[in-house]
Ligand binder design. Structure first.
Ligand code: NAD
Ligand code: TYD
Length: 349
C-alpha cells in the first residue's frame, strides 16, 4: 500500500461518497474509516465496499482521545480527511454541547494525534479539514463568499465548525501542521439523512405528509451534488496547496420555495401523480431561530487553480437524487424506523 489514509465520518452522507471514490480510485491506498455511528452514521451506505481489501472500518469516537491516539499508533497514517461532525443546524439549536464536543474537541484530538505522529518528519503528510460555507454567516441579496470573507458564524453548528477551522489554521501556523481546508455549500444526493431539506421532503411526499417550509421560504442556498463534492475533495487532497482554503460550490443558487416547487413537480412525474399533488402538501411553519438568509459561494479559486467544476446540471442531479430515493425505499424506511442502527451488530458482532 502506497499510503494509509484516515477518513473520519465515512459512514455519513458525504463521507460515504468520499470513501467510495477513494477506495475504488486508489486500490494502492489503505483507507481507514473512523466513525462513531451516531444517528447519522449508516454502514448500509458502504455495503458495496465491505469486501474490498484496501478498506477498513473502525468504530470509534473522535472525542475519545485514547481511541484516536491508539488508531494513529496502529495505522501510522500518512493523511487525514476529516469529515466526522454533528451536521444539522436544527439539532445544534437544541443541543449545542454535542456540537462543541464532536466538532471542536474531536477535531483538536485528531490534530494532536497527527502532530505527535508526524513530529519527526512532516513530508508527504496532510490534514484535510472538511468544512462548510456556514462559517461565513449570512449574505444579503447580493455578493458571494470568497476564501477571504471574514468568519461570522450565526448558528451553534456554524460556530463549532468555524472554531474547528481556526484550530486547524492555528496548528498550521504554530506547529507547522500541513493542512488544507475546504468550505462547501449545501450538498444533496443519495444517502443523506432524511432530516435535511431535500431527503426530508422526498420522504414526506412519498408518505403524503406535509412539507414544513420555514418562515417565508425565501431563504437562499447554493446546492451541489454530493459526488461533485467528493471529486473536489479528491482534487484538493492531491493537488491543493499546503495552508490554503478552497471554497466549493455549485454555482447554483435557489430560494427554498422555488427549489421545493421544482422538487414537487419532479416528484409528481416520478410517482405518476397529477401535477400539483405534491405542491398541495406545502405548509408554512414557524421560522428557524437565527435562520441565515442567504449562502452563495464563489468557487472560482478551485476552478481556476485546480480545474474543478460541478459535473451535473441541477435538474439532472435532482432527478438522479429522486430516482435513488424511490429505488431505495427500504434504506429510507430502515432509517425512519431506526432499524439501520441494528446493521452494525448483525454485520460486525
Ligand atoms: P452527516 O451528519 O451525514 O455524517 C456525519 C458522520 O460523522 C456520521 O457518519 C456520524 O456517525 C459521524 N460522527 C459524528 N460524530 C462523531 C464522533 N464523535 N466520532 C466519530 N464519528 C462521528 O454529515 P455530512 O452531511 O456527511 O457532513 C460531513 C462533513 O461535511 C461535516 O464535517 C459537515 O460539517 C461538512 N459539510 C456538510 C455539508 C452538507 O450539505 N451536508 C456541506 C458542507 C460541509
Ligand atoms: P438544511 O437542509 O437544514 O440545511 P442548512 O440549514 O444547513 O442550509 O436546510 C436547507 C434550507 O431549508 C434552510 O434554509 C432551512 C430550510 N428548511 C425548511 O424550510 N424546512 C425544513 O424542514 C428544513 C429541514 C429546512
Amino acid at each position: 500500500m502506497s499510503k494509509t489514509l484516515l477518513i473520519t465520518g465515512g459512514a455519513g452522507f458525504i463521507g460515504s461518497h468520499v470513501i467510495r471514490l477513494f477506495v475504488n480510485k486508489y486500490p494502492d491506498y489503505k483507507i481507514v474509516n473512523l466513525d462513531k455511528l451516531t444517528y447519522a452514521g449508516n454502514l448500509e451506505n458502504l455495503k458495496d465496499l465491505e469486501n474490498k481489501e484496501n478498506y477498513i472500518f473502525e468504530k470509534g469516537d473522535i472525542v475519545d482521545e485514547d481511541c484516536v491516539n491508539e488508531l494513529f499508533a496502529k495505522y501510522d497514517f500518512d493523511g487525514v480527511i476529516h469529515l466526522a461532525a454533528e451536521s444539522h443546524v436544527d439539532r445544534s439549536i437544541k443541543n449545542p454541547m454535542e456540537f462543541i464536543m464532536t466538532n471542536v474537541v474531536g477535531t483538536v484530538n485528531l490534530l494532536n494525534a497527527a502532530k505527535n505522529l508526524w513530529k519527526e518528519n512532516i513530508d508527504g503528510n496532510l490534514f484535510y479539514h472538511v468544512s462548510t460555507d456556514e462559517v461565513y454567516g449570512s449574505l444579503g441579496d447580493t455578493g458571494l463568499f470568497s476564501e477571504n470573507t471574514s468568519y461570522d458564524p450565526q448558528s451553534p453548528y456554524a460556530s463549532s465548525k468555524a472554531s474547528s477551522d481556526h484550530f486547524v489554521r492555528a496548528y498550521g501556523n504554530t506547529y507547522g501542521m500541513p493542512y488544507v481546508i475546504s468550505n462547501c455549500s449545501n450538498n444533496y444526493g443519495p444517502n443523506q439523512f432524511p432530516e435535511k431539506l431535500l431527503p426530508l421532503f422526498i420522504n414526506n411526499i412519498r408518505n403524503r405528509k406535509s412539507l414544513p417550509v420555514y418562515g417565508d421560504g425565501k431563504f437562499t442556498r447554493d446546492w451541489l451534488y454530493v459526488v461533485d463534492h467528493a471529486i473536489a475533495i479528491d482534487k484538493i487532497y492531491h493537488e491543493g496547496r499546503n495552508g490554503e482554503t478552497y471554497n466549493i460550490g455549485g454555482f447554483n443558487e435557489w430560494r427554498n420555495i422555488d427549489l421545493i416547487k421544482i422538487l414537487c413537480k419532479q416528484m409528481d412525474i416520478a410517482l405518476g401523480n397529477e401535477t400539483g399533488t405534491s405542491e398541495r402538501l406545502i405548509t408554512y411553519v414557524k421560522d428557524r431561530p437565527g435562520h441565515d438568509k442567504r449562502y452563495a459561494i464563489d468557487a472560482n479559486k478551485l476552478k481556476n487553480e485546480l480545474g474543478w467544476e460541478p459535473s451535473l446540471q441541477f435538474n439532472e442531479g435532482l432527478v438522479k437524487t429522486i430516482t435513488w430515493y424511490l429505488a431505495n425505499e427500504k434504506w429510507l424506511e430502515n432509517i425512519v424506523s431506526g432499524d439501520y442502527q441494528k446493521y452494525y451488530e448483525q454485520q460486525y458482532s
